[in-house]
Design a protein around this ligand. Structure first.
Ligand code: PAF
Length: 281
């Protein structure tokens, strides 16, 4: 594993790979790596000649300064995991000034994709994600980039970003990786107490059960059922649960409104905010 911390050094390294017609896969992360990230890295390694993993806690996507401060940072463990997973990967660990030599004042227009769910409750979040992802794409210029489906809305926004900027990168969506209990893997899980982590299984269990109930309930009733069930668990509070069209992210009223219905949830476990989703196929 090669660790690089400047954009210039990374670009030099990749230029020599490209000169030899090597394809480049890219996995952007904010570190605190878990099995979910490692699956993205493995997939990238299987599909490309060279894989770059970035570790950068992007300040511009945090609307809550406290969340930014408390975001888990485990650089040594991350490098060890990457070494064990894909030994010949390149890990890019830039400082803030490397990504933003000047403050990034760009404002992206994603319309109704960002007025709902995460966009509604975390104002400015997706603008920050678009800033960092476009900047990282500019530096790495990958052939393919890998993102987890847990961040369902983020994936839709990144696809729209790539379309708007006409970037020659293929976005590859990878399935949610879950803990044994069903809890979707997330760097934030590390901030849960052992008891919260165990009890947080209520989130995925409720989503799975809602899928089993789909044929008996219209979306509105299922939304109420999911919300009430999770809110009834002590210490857990739903921020939103919605059943949306997986392409437009707009709420649906009837199952026939879309062929791609997806239930998306954000839940507070104490002060830790978790997200998850389920495709109602
Ligand atoms: O999903 C994440 O970890 C981040 O939002 C990303 C895509 C690495 C951008 O900072």
């Amino acid at each position: 594993m090669k660790k690089i911390d400047t954009a210039l050094d990374l670009q030099k390294e990749l230029a020599s790979e490209r000169a030899r017609k090597k394809s480049v896969g890219f996995v952007p992360t904010m570190g605190a790596l878990h099995q979910g990230h490692l699956e993205l890295v493995k997939r990238s390694a299987a599909e490309n000649d060279v894989s770059v993993v970035s570790i950068f806690v992007n300040p511009t996507q945090f609307n809550d300064k406290n969340d930014l401060l408390k975001y888990p940072r485990t650089p040594d463990a991350d490098c060890r995991l990457l070494e064990e997973t894909v030994a010949d990967s390149i890990v890019f660990v830039p400082a803030v000034e490397e990504i933003y030599p000047q403050p990034d004042t760009r404002q992206f227009a994603f319309g109704s994709l960002v007025t709902v769910m995460e966009g509604k409750f975390r104002p400015g979040h997706f603008n920050g994600v678009a800033q960092v992802v476009s900047r990282l794409f500019e530096i790495v210029a990958p052939d393919k980039a890998y993102f987890g489906e847990k961040d369902f809305q983020q994936l839709a926004v990144i696809r729209e970003l790539v379309k708007q900027l006409n970037l020659p990168v293929q976005i590859v969506a990878c399935p949610i990786v879950r803990e044994k209990s069903g809890l979707a893997m997330s760097s934030r899980n590390a901030r849960l107490t052992a008891v919260q982590r165990e009890e947080a299984a209520i989130i995925s269990q409720t989503l799975f059960e809602s899928k089993r109930r789909k044929n008996n309930y219209p979306p509105e009733s299922l939304k109420t059922w999911v919300t009430d069930r999770i809110n009834a668990a002590p210490g857990f509070r739903i921020e939103y649960f919605d059943i949306v069209d997986g392409f437009t992210l707009q709420s649906i009223q009837k199952w026939e409104d879309t062929e791609y219905p997806v239930g998306c949830v954000a839940v507070f476990a104490g002060e830790i905010r978790l997200i998850d989703n389920i495709v109602y196929g």
